[in-house]
Design a binder for this molecule. Structure first.
Ligand code: NAD
Length: 465
């Protein structure tokens, strides 16, 4: 099938490269001419595992091409993907100007029946708006349909997710369009949800809100675990084993970031508020997420007395492993807060160093590797759980630090091993190691009925209800 992709970013490029790999003829367009020029020479503009190879294969077969001219991606396409950005507009809503501008500009270029497929994350009603914008500017009698097909890929696993999605959502009001999209997709081996536009649009935003709430729930529990001397990772293993809950997105630590969860939460909260609906739960989840940076800084203060004048190393900067994205990354919040308190910062990330330099410039010192990072540092904070950190020589790491303080923002390391190596280790939601556990029960978790000396009969208080 002939496919046009408009917006060759993290979603559009993956979509284009994967579809060309499946045998379709794909032309990708972007308004960023520099990006297109780099892609034409085979350079992908960001890090995504497996993508470079797919792009070069697609180009070599002639099935994948790039163009700065919109008409090249539109004129002969049977399906046009809109994958442009929908950032926040500064007052809580999503800025749909790129989506509406693309709709208006493709309208006069479409010739035969075409499906315009919305991949960008958009609020309820956008597909209808796009349909109207095309209708108003299209030639007399033009046949086209708009399909809402939100994208669920995860940065860092985008190619894999595109090839093996956990579900596909098609929002559509035309059997002809549905048939064309199904023909494009080929064999489908995951749940397929065919629904109306507005439901498809909401499924995407609501999914991300749920994930954000789940992570903030785990971080709320983590704070309690720290006080009662238990390890939240054990708790979440037990909780997540319940299939009604599920084990993913219960990992605690620095909180969520990236270009999707924070933005989609903000936009959905704004949308729900404008409808007069309560958003207390979601707003609380946002608050919990922002508080995670302070929790790390508090641990640094406890270990170092003050962070002012201290040299602190940040290991990992990307908002999660396998990506170089720094959008809303917890590392940036940490840098800003620690710098404001007078700390000196050294940083290292396996792939996000260029991205970091373009955001942080000379505000921080850039290390060449993990050991270099530790030089002169009074504390190390693990911010991103890159798998390569599991292969570090921990004794050498400790020897490179000026004082052996390790704040593990992702519960990546084993507390017992770290304590045995002589680190002053602080995880997230990991109560004191056995050696530090107080001999007496802390007052907060004494049981009131036992404190009162109530009779306990057969293991139960006689006052128990
Ligand atoms: P991105 O910023 O990486 O890419 C967007 C691209 O669109 C950019 O290259 C930009 O130059 C281009 N663009 C903007 N306006 C244009 C126009 N008028 N004409 C042509 N090109 C234009 O964004 P992304 O991460 O690929 O996200 C795209 C959409 O997909 C967003 O709505 C996002 O919320 C959603 N999404 C993103 C992810 C993700 O993990 N990044 C996952 C699912 C959904």
């Amino acid at each position: 099938m002939r496919v046009g992709v408009i917006g060759t970013g993290r979603v559009g490029l993956v979509v284009g490269a994967c579809l060309s790999n499946q045998g379709h003829a794909v032309v990708c367009h972007d308004r960023d001419e520099e990006k297109i020029a780099r892609l034409e020479t085979g350079q992908t503009p960001f890090f995504e595992p497996g993508l470079d190879a797919l792009v070069s294969q697609g180009m070599a077969t002639g099935r994948l091409s790039f163009s700065g001219r919109l008409e090249d991606a539109v004129r002969t396409a049977e399906v046009i993907f809109i994958c442009v950005g929908t950032p926040l507009d500064g007052v809580g809503s999503l800025d749909l100007s790129a989506v509406t501008s693309v709709a208006a500009r493709i309208a006069p270029l479409i010739q035969d029946y075409t499906v315009v497929l919305l991949k960008s994350t958009v609020p309820v009603g956008t597909a209808m708006m796009v349909k109207q914008a095309i209708r108003e500017r299209a030639g007399e009698g033009l046949e086209f349909d708009v399909v809402s097909m939100p994208e669920f890929l995860r940065e860092g696993a985008a190619v894999e997710d595109f090839r093996h999605p956990d579900r596909l959502v098609i929002g559509c009001d035309s059997a002809r369009a549905e048939a064309r999209v199904l023909e494009l997709l080929g064999e489908i081996s995951c749940p397929l949800i065919v629904t109306r536009h507005r439901e498809a649009e909401l499924i995407k935003q609501v999914s991300n809100c749920f994930l954000a709430v789940k992570l903030s729930f785990a971080n709320t529990v983590a704070a309690v675990c720290e006080r009662v001397g238990v390890d939240v990772t054990a708790i979440m293993r037990g909780v997540g084993a319940d299939p009604r809950i599920g084990s993913t997105y219960l990992n605690v630590g620095m909180g969520y970031g990236g270009s999707c969860l924070p933005k989609d939460m903000e936009a959905f909260i704004d949308f729900a508020r404008r409808l007069g609906c309560s958003v207390d739960l979601l707003a609380a989840a946002q608050e919990v997420n922002s508080a995670q940076t302070e929790r790390v800084i508090q641990k640094l203060r406890e270990e170092l007395e003050t962070v002012e004048g201290r040299t602190i190393g940040l290991m990992g900067l990307a908002f999660k492993p396998h990506t170089d994205t720094l959008v809303a990354a917890p590392s940036l919040a940490l840098v800003r807060r620690l710098r404001a308190e007078g700390a000196r910062l050294r940083v290292f990330d396996p792939v996000a160093m260029d991205a970091a330099f373009s955001v942080l410039g000379r505000e921080v010192e850039y290390a060449s590797d993990e050991y270099d990072l530790c030089r002169g540092c009074e504390a190390l904070v693990l911010v991103t759980e890159w798998p390569q950190f599991a292969n570090l020589d921990l004794a050498r790491l400790k020897a490179s630090l000026r004082s052996p303080v390790l704040i593990d923002g992702r519960n990546f390391f084993d507390p017992t091993t770290m304590a045995a190596l002589g680190f002053r280790y602080r995880g997230a939601g990991r109560g004191y190691a056995d050696a530090q556990a107080p001999a007496e029960l802390p007052a907060a978790w004494r049981l009131p009925h036992l404190e009162r000396g109530d009779d306990v009969v057969g293991g139960k208080s006689k006052h128990a209800g």
